[in-house]
Write a protein that binds this ligand. Structure first.
Ligand SMILES: Nc1ncnc2c1ncn2[C@@H]1O[C@H](COP(=O)(O)OP(=O)(O)O)[C@@H](O)[C@H]1O
Ligand SMILES: [Mg+2]
Length: 208
């Protein structure tokens, strides 16, 4: 018996953290064991790497540095947290996974997709989400939600053009892998988005 692996993707303020609460309640109703985790992060060491990546600093961060750091954190996350949990039959819900690298480090920072493909093939083989919920929201709306949340990090300070590239990058990935992705309209009310999430969960439950 192997658990299901779900990742949540989307820009800041799309509602990923909110979505996790909905999924958690659904899993608890069914007495399904689960692990809630996030990227970069999900293990003590990977959380330290997260702090390195997200810290505001005067030193310019090279795109390749950022890419390798998030992949290093991901490899640690997979080996220490994700694969062991799935092997025990637990469901794993991750706030972001490899798609965020294609979008933030790839499209956002201009790293060639083939480089990320190579890292994915080398290090993530056999550990891809069963389902990726893409919370899609217009950039302005996402940013206004983040502003009211009041915990900006280095990436939140990027230009609107960067965030637009992130949004369309996610949508392109979803179009490339329609079986894995579900694109949710995250501009709707919390209740409506929760309903969209529950729909996806019941579809996934049928594949058990
Ligand atoms: N569908 C929604 N409608 C209105 N506000 C929302 C919605 N989803 C999330 N929010 C609010 O927007 C802010 C950002 O949501 P959050 O779940 O933290 O997004 P993310 O984790 O994707 O950055 C939070 O204050 C949250 O309460
Ligand atoms: Mg969040």
């Amino acid at each position: 018996m192997k658990g299901k692996f779900i990742s949540l993707e989307g820009g800041e303020g799309a509602g990923k953290s909110s979505a996790i609460h909905v999924i958690k309640a659904w899993l608890e109703e069914r007495n399904i064991e689960y692990v809630l985790t996030r990227e970069p992060g999900g293990t003590p060491m990977a959380e330290e790497i997260r702090e390195l990546v997200l810290a505001s600093r005067d030193e310019a961060v090279a795109a390749d540095t950022e890419l390798l750091l998030v992949f290093a954190a991901r490899v640690q996350h997979i080996n220490t947290t994700i694969l062991p949990a799935l092997a025990e039959g637990k469901w794993v819900i991750s706030d972001r996974f490899v798609d965020s690298s294609y979008v933030y480090q790839g499209i956002g920072r201009g790293i060639d997709k083939s480089v990320i493909d190579m890292l994915r093939t080398s290090f993530l083989e056999g550990c891809m989400p069963d389902k990726t919920l893409l919370l899609d929201v217009p950039v302005e709306l996402g940013l206004s939600r983040v502003a009211s949340r009041g915990d900006a990090n280095r990436l939140d300070g990027e230009s609107t053009a960067f965030h637009e590239a992130v949004r369309s990058g996610f949508l392109e990935l979803a179009a490339d892998e329609p079986a894995r992705f579900a694109v949710l309209d995250a501009s709707q009310t919390m209740d409506n988005v929760a309903e969209q999430i529950l729909q996806q969960l019941s579809l996934l439950e049928k594949t058990l």
